[in-house]
Design a protein around this ligand. Structure first.
Ligand code: ATP
Ligand code: MG
Length: 211
């Protein structure tokens, strides 16, 4: 991906992970606010191949989730949709992704993993949380319905040395689950995500059965 290669300067690479089933304005605003707050050079949007915490749930085809991610991020020069996780076989663990990125990029590239308040709340339960903490700075954005203070307290009590930057962002009470439910019920989900993503959902009959 288009990150510069000037050895004299530091690059800040953001990674926005998610299932993106579908991607929506909550994800896009979170990434854009994180990009600006931490002066990130680039944000990679990475749909998870086989999300660790959704093993017992139906998740749409990775190619559809990736295509929607491409559509939603296309107009932002600092956003890039990445196949990195969907091309890796097996259960997707963020720590593996960050480890691989760390070994591929030189030392002047810093990694920033972007999350919402619900994800940061659960981070201690993530696979190899301690190593994850050593690989990237975490950016935790506010999200309606989730209390960031609870997350802060848990992280402080964990004894693991996480570097977390908390950012306050415009509240968008949008979730992929809600969009799937609206589509399944034949209700409008327009303007919760981009027109291109809505069009893709309709054209490909996604979420109609509510699986
Ligand atoms: P689902 O309802 O299927 O779980 P979701 O809307 O929570 O979907 P995910 O793909 O699970 O979306 O989330 C990916 C990342 O985006 C997580 O870090 C999550 O906290 C963050 N995120 C999602 N929606 C928002 C939102 N509206 N505001 C802030 N952060 C968000
Ligand atoms: Mg979620």
């Amino acid at each position: 991906p288009p990150l510069g290669d000037d050895p004299e300067r530091t690059y800040r690479l953001g990674i926005m992970g998610g299932t993106f089933d579908p991607i929506h304005y909550g994800h896009l605003v979170t990434a854009e606010q994180a990009r600006e707050a931490l002066d990130l050079d680039l944000v990679l949007f990475m749909p998870a191949g086989s999300p660790a915490f959704k093993q017992d749930k139906h998740v749409s085809d990775p190619e559809d989730r990736y295509a929607m991610t491409v559509l939603a991020t296309a107009a932002n020069a600092a956003f890039y949709a990445s196949r990195f996780e969907i091309d890796r076989p097996g259960v997707t663990y963020t720590v593996d992704t960050l480890g691989e990125l760390r070994s591929r990029y030189p030392d002047n590239v810093e990694l920033y993993f972007i999350t919402g308040a619900d994800a940061i709340m659960d981070i201690l339960a993530w696979h190899d949380a301690e190593r994850l903490a050593s690989l990237a700075t975490l950016i935790a954005a506010t999200r309606p319905g989730y209390d960031i203070e609870t997350a802060k307290a848990r992280i402080a009590a964990s004894g693991i040395d996480f570097d977390v930057r908390y950012i306050e962002i415009p509240a968008l009470a949008i979730s992929s689950s809600n969009i799937r439910e609206l589509v399944r019920d034949g209700k409008s989900a327009r303007y919760l995500t981009s027109e291109s993503v809505m069009g893709y959902i309709q054209k490909n009959d996604l979420y109609v059965t509510g699986e």
